[in-house]
Design a protein around this ligand. Structure first.
Ligand code: VG1
Ligand code: CO
Length: 544
């Protein structure tokens, strides 16, 4: 075996964001760019010789190229075995499941999630640790520091592997196993949910539409929904992963999953249940016949009903949500008498809570929901839990939602995104707003009066670490609020996210239209932050 040492020089822009390193494909195609980052990960992780590494991605353009290089590099860095999904495919939750099941030391997940793919679009690399979850901040910080000093990367001298042929081969002194990317994850699902019950509901006429958005969940959805649960052929739409996702954004929201949304709002054509997932399979969109369920509400409704699925029959240890996620789940936790944790945005902050057994269910307003079955959010898992609840209760999504609001009240919610703003302008907006926060309490904006305002900082109750500057929040009397954050996943300029939430108690107006209910908050957000003045934008690019 020949180990080649390739001299290199650092790139100074390899700081991982909310979920790994994301850049344009062409940026990743610069000489040594991907190699520098992967070598920095290997240097920091320093896995014991002979360790197992999991490698896979969402199938986007450039996926196979980086996988081949990662395999040669893993062999040169002392790994004993690489598990790689057939065709280079592994959804983010499946990678997490495989890392855990086979006791791997970690994994490289190649994805830019919901960002578009193709030669002119986005690519990404993320490292997950032995628990199957995204590397925590201390690791990503160390990797960033290493990328700034790196001067060589190691690889064995070996040809490309046939990623489409299942089975073992040898690269250097290392074994590479090309594995079925779906089976381990699908078996895990079958251990959590009552597949027989759902199958009976399907036989009795339960119908659904699942939009895989030409992204990674196609093969997973075909296996569990059509093969194992018996939904009709054609239930899974856009089910073949494409390198460019058919030219679309594989982002399961009301803008990019418009076709599914319109189908679900059609009283004649809509099946009982509609869902979609994103590029790498960790997000979910839930739409009942005639009713969209916000991700924050979905988390709350799943927490309230999870005990109906065998995997959660003993109840939940606790729940956790990211700070910008609505407080709907907090009310469920209160009702159940369990803890509710509030973390910064990004799944990496849930890992410690899940590992410590403090939380069973976690979720984010950005369509991420998951549990302690893996250490990532899991789009199809959420779909299956919904199906299990629907089948167990014999109720429609609309009935479940209305019953939930009647008991807990309703958190009207929306997120307004202002995309590709000049970074300097976005930074100025946030700096000015941060400076203005202390003077806000007591001030009125229309009918809203500010109760509290701060910059969110998180003290991890498990490892004691602190993460500051995780979003600016303005809380109003009565449980409404506005949160301002800059995205950490974009590849062009800055994206400002404005999160709007209004609480109506069970005695309040539970059947209104969300934009009407949030109009005062939108006006307050503009008055408080001066979005138009700073950015020149008078309306958001995307409302989810
Ligand atoms: C966004 C979401 C966040 C999510 C992250 C990764 O981050 O807001 O909730 O965890 O994407 O999701 P940001 O920093 O752009 O707001 V995924 O599906 O891209 O792995
Ligand atoms: Co994703």
């Amino acid at each position: 075996m020949t180990i080649l040492t390739h001299p290199t020089t650092p790139y100074l822009d390899q700081k991982p964001g909310t979920s790994g390193l994301r850049k344009k494909v062409r940026h990743f195609q610069q000489p040594n760019y991907a190699e520098n980052f992967i070598q920095a990960v290997f240097d920091v992780v320093a896995a014991p010789a002979g360790s197992t590494l999991v490698v896979g991605g969402d199938g986007r353009f450039h996926n196979r190229t980086v996988i081949q290089q990662a395999i040669r590099m893993a062999a040169a860095n002392g790994y004993g075995r690489v598990l790689v999904g057939q065709g280079g495919i592994l959804s983010t939750p499946a990678a997490s499941a495989v890392i855990r099941k086979y006791g791997a030391n970690g994994g490289l997940i190649l994805s830019a999630s919901h960002n578009p793919g193709g030669p002119d679009e986005d690519f990404g690399i993320k490292y997950n640790g032995a628990n199957g979850g995204p590397a925590p901040e201390n690791v990503t910080e160390a990797v960033f520091a290493r990328t700034k000093a790196i001067d060589r990367w190691l690889a064995v001298d070996a040809a490309d592997l046939d990623l489409d042929a299942p089975g073992d081969s040898v690269v250097g002194a290392m074994t590479v196993s090309v594995i079925d990317p779906v089976a381990d994850w699908a078996d895990l699902m079958e251990s959590l949910f009552d597949f027989a019950l759902i199958r009976r509901a399907v036989a009795d006429g339960l119908t659904m539409a699942f939009d895989a958005m030409h992204a990674v969940t196609g093969p997973y959805a075909h296996e569990v929904l059509e093969r194992r649960l018996g939904f009709a052929a054609g239930t899974v739409r856009n089910g073949v992963p494409l390198e460019d996702f058919g030219g679309h954004h594989p982002d399961p929201n009301l803008v990019h999953a418009r076709v599914l949304h319109d189908l679900m709002m059609d009283p004649e054509m809509a099946p009982a249940f509609g869902a979609a997932s994103d590029g790498d399979g960790d997000r979910n969109l839930i739409i009942g016949k005639g009713i969209f369920v916000t991700p924050s509400d979905s988390l709350a409704m799943l927490a309230a009903n999870a005990h109906l699925a065998p995997g959660y029959a003993n109840g939940l240890a606790g729940v956790a949500r990211s700070m910008p996620t609505s407080a709907a789940v907090d009310r469920v936790a209160q009702g159940l008498g369990i803890a509710c944790f509030e973390t910064p945005t990004g799944w990496k902050f849930f890992g410690n809570l899940l590992d410590a057994g403090k939380a069973t269910l976690c979720g984010e307003e950005s369509a991420g929901t998951g549990s302690d079955h893996v250490r990532e959010k899991d789009g199809l898992w959420a779909v299956l839990l919904w199906l299990n609840v629907i089948a167990a209760r014999g109720a429609s999504v609309a009935e479940i939602a209305r019953g939930h609001w009647a008991r807990y009240g309703r958190n009207y919610y929306a997120r307004h995104d202002y995309e590709a703003i000049e970074s300097a302008r976005a930074d100025a907006l946030m700096a000015e707003l941060a400076a203005a926060l202390p003077a806000l309490p007591g001030r009125a904006f229309g009918p809203l009066s500010v109760a509290a305002a701060d910059s969110f900082s998180y003290d991890d109750p498990v490892d004691g670490s602190t993460s500051t500057n995780q979003g600016l929040r303005v809380q109003f009397e009565g449980g409404s609020r506005v949160v301002f954050r800059l995205s950490g996943t974009g590849t062009e300029g800055a994206t400002l996210r404005v999160y709007l939430e209004r609480y109506e108690p069970p005695s309040g107006n539970l059947a209104a239209e969300t934009p009407d209910m949030l109009a005062d908050l939108v006006a307050a957000a503009e008055a408080i932050a001066g979005i138009a003045r700073h950015t020149g934008r008078t309306a958001p690019d995307v409302i989810t």
